[in-house]
Write a protein that binds this ligand. Sequence first.
Ligand SMILES: [Zn+2]
Length: 217
Amino acid sequence: MIRVHKHSIIPASLQVEGCSNYDGQDVQEQLVVDQHEKCYLCEQITGKDFQIEHLKPKAEDHHPELKYTWTNLFLSCPFCNGRKPNSSKILDPSQHDIENLINQKIDFSNRKIEFTGDTAQIEIKDTIKLLDKLMNGKKGIRDIKAQLLYKDIEREISFFLSLLINFSDDPCDVNRNAIMDSLNIKKEFLGLKYNLLKENVALADEFSEYILWSKTA
Ligand SMILES: [Zn+2]
């Protein structure tokens, strides 16, 4: 999970008096553009299988007043949307550099993704709890869909690690370009890649300009 930069202009369909539709074509289009066709929680490319997710739940006993509020709407995949509980008070990724607040690290040998941060803050604690549930399964046991997600993450991060090793062995343009490409905002699982880079000062310096998506606009 990383920062999301949302367009500041509210889509017209949400500005209609008595608006009763939060997923108008203009809303969908803007979210697809702003989030580069990726789910804001798991960072998978959603393609056409996206849903409009309410950061703060729209349920009557939660935040029905935010049902049609632009800042509360995010693009999500069905997997994450269906597993996010209404009780979750997660960080707003349009307001926080998530990748700096939550360390996201894959533990290949234990096939687990570790999320750490200042859990004294309720929003960080709840975000970590949700990400852990999505990527490591309920009480650490993944169902089939969660297993498939983990495999995708494992494959992409293993590939990214191999690119870092190639570059460390031979810092030529071809190897540099391969890393730049993998750090592009349109690519998946950037929160995990970002944390891998941060662990290595030389690499973090070398590629700092390619992780500008981590900076507040
Ligand atoms: Zn997702």
